[in-house]
Each structure stands twice: as C-alpha cells, then as structure tokens.
Design a protein around this ligand. Structure first.
Ligand code: ADP
Ligand code: MG
Length: 383
C-alpha cells in the first residue's frame, strides 16, 4: 500500500514521531474536451490512483522533501528567492508560496511522498501533487481554506511556478472527487453538480498510446484562434455571445459564409461537445450506459475529423475498440497523444486490452500503457 511505503520512507529519512498522511487522486474526464476555454462544461471524476504524502511540521522555515519515486531529495526556504531548481520541488514550493500570497502563514515541514499515477499520461499527476500538499497544509495549519480556493492555489502553482497555463479542472477533480460520482463543472460560472457514475458490469480503462503531446501547444493556440474568430462572427449578429458555449448550431449556420471552412468545423465540434456533455448527464441519470458510450464515440469522431487533434495511434486505438464492441471510446485530454478512455463490458475487457496492445505494437512498434481506474474520493487525510 502507498501509505505504508511513504510511512517507512518518512521514518527512514526523518525519524521521530509520525506525521499526518494525506492523499489526493489523479482524474479522468469522461467527456467535454476543449470546452473549458469555450466557457462550456467538463465532466471529470477522481480515480483510485493517488499521490500520498506524509507531512510533519518541523519548527523551522525550511521544507525538507523526499520524492520517494524519484529517489530524490530537496530542501528549500519559503521566500520567493528560494525557488528550487528541481521541477518536482517547484510544485511543493509553489503551493506554499501561493498560500503565503493569500495571507496564510505557512511553516516549514518535512515530507516524503509517493504516487501511483503515471506521470505525463494525462491523468494529472501534477494536480494530485499540488492538491495533496494544499490539502495537507490547510489541514495541519488549520487555515480554513475551502476546497475551491485550494484548487485555485494548485492552478496558480502550475501558472506561476511550473510554466503550465492550465484551467482548473484537474485540481478541482482531485479535491472534489467522490466515489461513484462524476462532476459536471461549468467553466463559465464555476458551478458544479455531481452525477451518479456506477457502471455495473463495465470497467473504465485507459489505453496510453505512448505518443507525447509535442504538437499540442502551437496547434492548441490555432484552435483557440478559430474559436475566437467564430465567436466574433456570431457576435456581430448576437452581441450577447461571449463564448461558443453560448451559441447553438443555428447561430453557427447563420455565419457559415463569414468564417473559413476550417473555423466552421472547429466551432461545430465545440458546440456539439458542449451539448454532448449535457446528453451524457441525462443518460447517466437514467443509467443508460449505451448512450454514454455512443456520445464518447461521437466525441472521438469530432476530435479526429472536425477539431483535428487526434493522431494515427489514437485513431487506431479507437478503431480497435469499435471492432471489439467496446461500449464507448475516445481520446482523452487535449489530443495529439496520451490515452484513450474506454467504457468496456467486463467480459470484453481482457480481449480488448489484448487487441489494442497488439495493434499498437504491430502498426507503430509502441508498447501501450493500460490503466484500469475506478471513480473514487478526492483529497483526504488517510491517518
Ligand atoms: P501529468 O499529466 O501527469 O500531470 P505533468 O507533466 O503535468 O503530467 O506533471 C508531471 C510532473 O509532476 C513530473 O514531471 C514531476 O515533476 C511531477 N510529479 C508527478 N508525479 C510525481 C511523483 N510521483 N514524484 C515526484 N514528482 C512527480
Ligand atoms: Mg499536469
């Protein structure tokens, strides 16, 4: 178990009395991709893969941190000029600094931490890292910060200390997760709602294409620009439109001649995707997992053909899923690499995974990663 590993490493490094043990999970997003910056909905859930940290205040103004999985150690102070060199340590430092900027008096601590979330696979190991420290410090030092602000602290850490200009979904999911529930987050108003997700007889499995998202940032900016172009066109007729989320297909149709074919397709994907999230919510309330799966395939099609953020490896994994009769499958995350998320009937699971790995190996010479996940609780104290 993760917490016993952390316990023994903490004790080996720092000795003395045990600290508090906390964990914060990674996340999946069932549906709702490229909707966040369009003011739409995302639909994440926390998973049963976590970052676990033991933390004990040390009575100094220094942090002494041991990253068990990397077998690496860092020590740093709590002033801005103490920013550590090591990338992993910046997540901890950033959380401390963002708390201080908000007026909380962070104190030095000793910590050992370890996780079982694959790094860089799109399951947000970084948000789990921020969330576990934000949650733990808030608890140990009794700051009384609410979970939403803790998520903002994690997000600001990525922005200001890790060079990643992310939205709030990942930290939100890690902090607000609930077993058996997904969360529909409205990225325009930040309102959220829980929906039941208990797919009995199904498994959720991620298949990692092992393609890294290298194209992602320049292509991402082009997609954002397309969305802005279409918003500007729609706005000339419907001034109240602020985001694509505010428009329906009918308004997009009205401006068809004012925008490029490419921009039109991209907006068509986004408007469809916002609607699909709502359709999936309805389906879940009825327990209609076939419908959920169908929407996942529609998303994959849209991301691949309209938004053009898939790649050959991801399309292959999606095709294999379809061929095996998997209920739902789509690329998860921004695209250009990473995982597909698959809703698979229990009895099909092993055959699908086998076929997916074989196809990726034979066609692309890549060894797929396979991660089974269960929707679980958010950040919490373990001991
Ligand atoms: P992800 O999609 O998993 O969030 P990122 O690139 O955003 O990928 O974050 C990965 C980074 O987070 C790693 O490079 C490392 O700095 C840090 N990290 C994640 N998991 C761990 C871990 N178990 N131990 C130490 N650092 C970690
Ligand atoms: Mg990350």
């Amino acid at each position: 178990m993760e917490s016993s590993l952390v316990r023994s490493k903490f004790s080996e490094h720092f000795g003395g009395k045990p600290g508090g043990i906390y964990c914060a999970p990674g996340r999946i997003n069932l549906i709702g991709e490229h909707t966040d910056y369009n003011g739409g909905f995302v639909f994440p859930g926390a998973i049963d893969k976590c970052m676990t940290a033991e933390i004990r205040l040390n009575g100094t103004v220094k942090v002494r941190a041991y990253a068990v999985d990397l077998d690496d150690y860092a020590e740093f102070g709590l002033s801005e000029e103490d920013k550590p060199q090591k990338a992993w340590a910046r997540y901890l430092f950033g959380v401390c600094r963002e708390m201080q900027k908000r007026g909380y008096e962070v104190q030095g601590f000793d910590t050992a931490f370890s996780g079982n979330i694959p790094l860089g696979a799109g399951l947000s190991s970084s948000a789990a890292l921020e969330s576990v420290f934000a949650f733990a410090l808030n608890d140990l030092l009794q700051f009384g910060i609410d979970r939403f602000e803790l998520a903002r602290i994690g997000q600001a850490t990525e922005h200001n200390y890790c060079g990643v200009n992310c939205g709030i979904m990942d930290q939100f999911a890690s902090l607000f997760g609930k077993a058996g529930s997904l969360m529909r987050l409205d990225c325009k108003t930040l309102e959220y709602e829980y929906y039941p997700f208990r797919p009995e007889g199904y498994r959720l499995v991620l298949v990692d294409s092992m393609v890294k998202h290298e194209l992602a940032s320049s292509e991402y900016n082009k997609r954002r620009k397309s969305c802005e172009n279409v918003v500007a066109a729609i706005k000339s007729r419907h001034p109240e439109v602020e985001y694509l989320r505010d428009a329906g297909m009918d308004w997009l149709e009205e401006v068809k001649d004012m925008v490029s074919g490419e921009d039109y397709s991209r907006a068509e994907y986004v408007i469809g995707e916002v609607r699909r999230v709502l359709e999936v919510c309805d389906a879940l309330e009825k327990g209609d997992y076939d419908m959920v799966g169908q929407k996942m395939y529609e998303t994959h099609y849209g991301m691949s053909r309209l938004y053009e953020v898939s790649c050959a490896e991801l399309d292959l994994l999606n095709d294999v899923a379809k061929r095996c009769g998997v209920t739902g499958s789509r690329v998860m995350g921004g695209g250009f690499g990473g995982c597909t998320i698959n809703l698979v009937k229990e009895e099909l699971h092993d055959r699908f995974v086998g076929e997916a790995c074989k196809a990726l190996r034979e066609k692309f010479g890549r060894e797929a990663g396979v991660y089974d996940v269960v929707i679980s609780d958010g950040a919490r104290r373990v001991k």
